[in-house]
Design a protein around this ligand. Structure first.
Ligand SMILES: Cc1cc2nc3c(=O)[nH]c(=O)nc-3n(C[C@H](O)[C@H](O)[C@H](O)COP(=O)(O)O)c2cc1C
Length: 257
């Protein structure tokens, strides 16, 4: 089934000039959309190799941890300090745009690369009640409903003590030109704990880039410093991980890692 994703990348770009700090729900009418060329392709099996070693502070078994991993999870390469760095991310497995059915989410792959390079701790935002479909079209429908309702889906588990971290990388897939609503739950519930810290956003996407993740994060956490974000094409994480790793490492080097 090749229902086209209703994602108007040009219109998504327009969302980036709307107000700070709000989810995109109030701007969703702008997400009208063209019949662009984006289609799910359900053919590719994801290549899987070794597990990535990392400290997952969820305390929950990470079912998505087996990926291509050629790096060590040892000391950070640069002057950045691993001990005060955390990676927080949300990502989905199942059918995704352009990569078929994946067993490790695109954003999860980038999150692990950040851990490989920095030695950071990692926390996966998992839904408390996982009602997200594993088929792409259905997932886009559920996500659109959440956006329209400005929902704040609950996440599972306890966020680690954020006081021990000064730098927090925060990543998610672009959903309808915005952070997935569950990320706003995280931002809002932890706004005070995130104050005074450096938050560095990253996205994976199908053409929309960073989609204003930095500006929206800044609006949601006005007392935090937001660093320069990184946008990675989701298809590249599965199909060209070496070039993604290079982009990630180049970006991290700018922060001293
Ligand atoms: C519900 C939904 C909405 C999406 N909306 C957009 C979008 O607005 N712009 C875009 O470039 N990609 C969009 N995508 C594509 C994803 O951002 C992309 O496939 C991403 O890499 C998926 O990451 P994940 O595997 O970590 O979940 C959307 C995907 C889904 C499932």
């Amino acid at each position: 089934m090749k229902k086209r994703i209703i994602v108007g990348l040009v219109m998504v770009g327009m969302l980036m000039v709307t107000g700070c700090g709000q989810s995109g729900a109030d701007t969703n009418p702008a997400l009208v959309i063209s019949e662009d060329e984006i289609q799910p392709v359900v053919t590719t099996d994801t290549e899987r190799t070794a597990d990535t070693e990392r400290e997952n502070v969820n305390g929950i078994d990470d079912q998505t941890s087996d990926i291509d991993s050629s790096g060590d999870t040892g000391e950070p390469a640069g002057v950045g300090s691993s001990s005060d760095t955390l990676v927080v991310y949300f990502s989905r497995t199942g059918e995704q745009y352009g990569v078929g059915v994946i067993e490790k989410g695109n954003t999860a792959i980038v999150a692990d690369m950040i851990v490989e390079q920095t030695g950071a701790d990692i926390f996966e935002i998992l839904p408390q009640e996982d009602y997200y479909p594993y088929t792409y079209d259905e997932l886009t429908d559920v996500a659109k409903k959440e956006l329209n309702e400005n929902a704040r889906p609950a996440y599972a588990g306890e966020i680690p003590d954020l006081s021990q971290y000064s730098t927090i990388f925060i990543g998610a897939p672009v959903w309808w030109g915005d952070w997935p609503m569950i990320m706003y739950t995280f931002f809002e519930e932890n706004e005070d704990a995130l104050a005074g810290k450096t938050l560095i956003p990253f996205s994976t996407h199908a053409g929309s880039g960073l989609s204003g993740f930095d500006r929206k994060l800044s609006g949601a956490c006005p007392n935090s410093t937001v660093g320069t974000g990184l946008a990675i094409a989701g298809t590249d994480t599965q199909n060209d991980p070496d070039s993604v790793r290079k982009s990630v490492n180049d970006w991290l080097s700018g922060f001293g890692y």
